[in-house]
Design a protein around this ligand. Sequence first.
Ligand SMILES: NC(=O)c1ccc[n+]([C@@H]2O[C@H](COP(=O)([O-])OP(=O)(O)OC[C@H]3O[C@@H](n4cnc5c(N)ncnc54)[C@H](O)[C@@H]3O)[C@@H](O)[C@H]2O)c1
Length: 348
Amino acid sequence: MRGKLRFGLIGCGVISGTHVAAIQRVGGELAACADVVPERARTLANAWGADVYDDYREMLRRGDIDVVTICTPSGMHADMAVEASRRKKHVIVEKPMDITLAKADRMIEACRENGVKLAVISQHRFDPSTVYLRQAVAEGRLGTLALGDASVKWFRSQAYYDSGEWRGTWALDGGGALMNQAIHTVDLLQHIMGDVTSIRANMATVGHARIEVEDVATATVKFRSGALGTIVATTCAYPGLSARLEVHGSEGSAVIDSDKLVYFKTGTEQRGYEAPEAPGTDGVGNAAAAANPGGLNVWAHEQQVRDMIEAIREDREPLVNGEEGRKPLRIILALYHAARTGQTVELR
Ligand SMILES: NC(=O)c1ccc[n+]([C@@H]2O[C@H](COP(=O)([O-])OP(=O)(O)OC[C@H]3O[C@@H](n4cnc5c(N)ncnc54)[C@H](O)[C@@H]3O)[C@@H](O)[C@H]2O)c1
């Protein structure tokens, strides 16, 4: 495929501007955007000279759009992705890819059948801190892994949940502090520690009046390697602290805090402290997102959109394809089941 790839974007709310900036930075072109609130689509489109649709299906009929980026409420993703794949558009979909495994599988299947690529946004996999730590673990520099802790202590006000009818609902958000906010850190936990095979959990709604979903959850997990771990997530930690991943092994420990590798020490390495960081972020990406959902840095999305463009041009899988995007969703759904039943859920 030659020339600029042309993008169509569905859902012109909070995260859409990050995608449009990323598309522009990687040399793509925003051809059109669609939103059921046409004013939102118009505001975004006007800034970029793109066309506006209030019905995304009409936009998908265009033959000159190569990639469709889906930024709508989470429980709508699969239907839109399936429709886009039928129109032979490659698909970038925001996290979570949808809110059930059945719908996730339907998306994966449809994209495969239609010969288009599917990329699920998990932008922090591209952070230099994540890449560095994963490589260090793979090389055995931390020894035998014993413990992995994912903890997201963020704050979302009631006004945040009230800002969209879908927010905080099981039907369209699919969950709360875990499914919407902590999913990034849960994904990094499994990306670095390996498969989760068993979960025990508790969850509650304590700090918000008008939401259905959990705003606090705790879990203990076992990994296939034999290591143990914890997952802690809340949107009640005023004023919004950090998203943190801690990994401990027989020969070393590492801590990523708000996207930065703030601690890295191994028994054999003199260099006890490393802090690779995304260029120009000053670590503000996740730190800002701790209290403000719109406070994201574009850099990590840019890396993932670039990876998708390269995947299309090289005809390879994007780094976070459907199967990879499904992994944190599976863990979170299992965690919900464990919390509701009080039972240990095994994942084989
Ligand atoms: N990767 C990240 O860090 C990150 C950050 C924020 C949000 N997200 C994800 O992005 C998605 C959107 O979140 P948001 O905060 O931008 O939501 P939002 O409510 O601000 O925006 C969603 C938009 O979709 C539109 N929409 C709803 N139904 C539609 C339809 N049928 N056709 C076209 N448009 C429709 C709404 O009018 C709204 O403008 C969610 O899945 C969320 O989890 C990801």
